[in-house]
Ligand binder design. Structure first.
Ligand code: 0O2
Length: 211
């Protein structure tokens, strides 16, 4: 019997998710290799740790609704760039841009989109560098390019974002906790950024010190 169109679309979606997962694996390996090479050559690890996640179907649906789009692989491919996401948490602020530069200089990587919330923090205080890159995935019938979203941020920015995310998403937005703690947290984002800059300065002095 012929397949119903929605079943076919679900199969296409499953294939697309698998392709995105492979894209994330490719990028994850590249980042691990860069970090390891840096350790050997410069005695420094830019990456503190990484997290990989695939967007869950529920938050994909919410995003499609928010953008007023129907569920189709074509719509997702053209409009949603964070099906595969990698968060890279770095030790220092300079490492954020170092990672970006090293990754984008690789010949099989293309920059699709860039949002620098470090140079221009969000009004909440959120800081992070978001880049979407396209990477080829070699499959049984040739290669296909897929988008992977990479969020690069320092340990301090990551700690801040985790707590603020809890406030924003775990509590009901009308809760007075949001008002009570929102402003306080936005101030802490600035303080953390100052401290991270000062600590990076000390780290650099120590690294340059030839005693
Ligand atoms: P999840 O579950 O973390 O994936 P666009 O991609 O441009 O169509 P979007 O998604 O609004 O639209 O882009 P944006 O703002 O560049 O990136 C959204 C993601 O950044 C969020 O993912 C958060 O992870 C993070 N983020 C952005 N702003 C804030 C903020 O003020 N506080 C915190 N804690 N995180 C933030 P999602 O969409 O929440 O989903």
């Amino acid at each position: 019997a012929p397949k119903r169109p929605e079943i076919k679309e679900m199969q296409n979606l499953a294939r697309f998710y698998q392709l995105c997962q492979s894209g994330a694996n490719e990028i994850g390996t590249k980042l691990e290799n860069l970090d390891a090479e840096f350790q050997v050559n410069y005695d420094h690890n830019p990456i503190h740790h990484m997290e990989e996640r695939m967007k869950d179907v529920q938050s994909l649906m919410q995003k499609l609704i928010r953008k007023d789009l129907e569920l189709s692989v074509d719509n997702i491919q053209k409009n949603i760039f964070d099906i595969a996401g990698i968060r890279v948490v770095t030790n220092y602020i300079d490492d954020v841009y170092l990672i970006e530069e090293m990754l984008l200089s690789q010949t099989d990587i293309t920059l699709v989109r860039r949002k620098d919330y470090i140079s221009k923090p969000k009004s909440s205080g959120y800081r992070s560098l978001h880049i979407v890159v396209s990477v080829p995935v070699f499959q049984s019938k040739g290669s296909q390019s897929v988008n992977v979203e990479i969020q690069i941020r320092t340990v301090g920015m990551d700690m801040w974002a985790s707590l603020e995310h809890k406030l924003r998403y775990k509590t009901d937005m009308t809760s007075n906790l949001v008002e009570q703690y929102g402003n306080e947290l936005s101030g802490y984002a600035d303080e953390l950024s100052n401290i991270e800059n000062k600590m990076q300065h000390i780290y650099k002095q120590l690294n340059d010190y030839k005693g």
